[in-house]
Design a protein. Structure first.
Length: 330
């Protein structure tokens, strides 16, 4: 099975993962969305493939577009058309329906509108045909990803992670499946370094940020990376316990390799402390006084949401009938 097939299998496996728990913590309704790609996520995926894969894998995963995508109102019309049909060709009825939905220059005759749409979008539609099921990216995205790749692969504080040495095994894009209280769970590790010489296992996740790299502690809370590091640490421990040849290896703390989008500062490695790992599981109060549920509670909440088929608001809001007490002073 190829790496792409393994990742697709991972995404299609029905199990609790960090992404679902993070969505549940912020907005339960978003937990119903299986997988979505933002510009930031696509950039992160490009970097992951460049670091953990090969040029062949990059070419299998991505298509660099050369045609210009229509902008302004024509671009909105095109976006709506692509939402309405999966056909990689022109379908007049769908073109006109998309036009009506977005209200593009409704004074034009239908025949004129069709000619205009096809003239402005043919190059881009042809690129979609060429791309097939690959993810479409721009040359600018590839160039930015290249810079991030070099900043991490050859950076002052990160280059030693990629040294090819005797007894060192590096596992890239490594999926694991495990159970927590009989609930199916899964994790996809960007990188796991196994040092067979000293019997250690060190998990890493690669993050890109448009912010200053030194502000990552704020992102750590904002994007629930504390939950990720704790959930992944537990999953790795459970997995290792079931692999006889690795059972007695020591697992080092989970680490984040963080690099800025425009690489002004060097890539930095952040290591959550064990107290944070524990509290991210069991819940607690941040240094700024915010109470946060742990992933143990979030899994229980997920079970509750599934059993009640209720996703409009968090469990605690529903159970309190929408009345939340305010306590802002100690």
């Amino acid at each position: 099975m190829t790496k792409k097939e393994l990742i697709n299998q991972y995404r299609n496996t029905d199990a609790v993962n960090y992404s679902l728990l993070s969505k549940l913590q912020r907005d339960p309704s978003s937990a119903l969305i299986k997988y979505e790609s933002s510009k930031e996520q696509i950039l992160g995926s490009i970097v992951d493939v460049l670091i953990t894969g090969s040029l062949k894998e990059f070419e299998e995963e991505f298509h660099i577009i050369t045609a210009s995508r229509p902008g302004d109102k024509m671009g909105i019309w095109l976006d709506r058309y692509l939402e309405l049909t999966n056909e990689k060709m022109f379908v007049d009825d769908m073109i006109l329906k998309a036009r009506a939905d977005v209200g593009y220059n409704l004074s034009l005759k239908e025949e004129t509108a069709l000619v205009l749409f096809k003239k402005e979008t043919t190059g881009f539609i042809n690129e979609l045909i060429i791309a097939g099921d690959k993810t479409i990216i721009t040359r600018e995205q590839r160039d930015i990803a290249d810079n991030i790749y070099r900043a991490i692969k050859y950076g002052e504080f990160t280059k030693e992670l990629f040294i090819d040495d005797t007894g060192i095994e590096i596992l890239y894009q490594f999926p694991i499946y495990w159970k927590y209280n009989n609930i199916d769970c899964k994790c996809l590790f960007d990188m796991i370094i196994v040092d067979h010489n000293i019997r250690t296992i060190t998990p890493y996740d690669i993050k890109t940020t448009s912010d200053n790299v030194y502000s990552f502690p704020s992102s750590f809370i904002k994007w629930n990376y504390d939950i990720q590091s704790s959930f992944y640490s537990e999953g790795l421990s459970e997995y290792i316990n079931n692999v006889p040849e690795l059972k007695y290896y020591n697992i080092n703390p989970f680490k984040f390799v963080v690099c800025e989008t425009f690489t002004k500062n060097p890539a930095i490695i952040f290591e959550p402390c064990q107290r944070d790992i524990y509290i991210a599981k069991m819940g607690g109060t941040t240094t700024k006084g915010y109470e946060r549920p742990g992933w143990d509670q979030l899994i229980n909440d997920y079970i509750w949401h599934k059993e009640h088929n209720y996703w409009a608001s968090p469990r605690k809001v529903k159970e309190a009938n929408g009345i939340i007490p305010l306590e802002i002073y100690e």
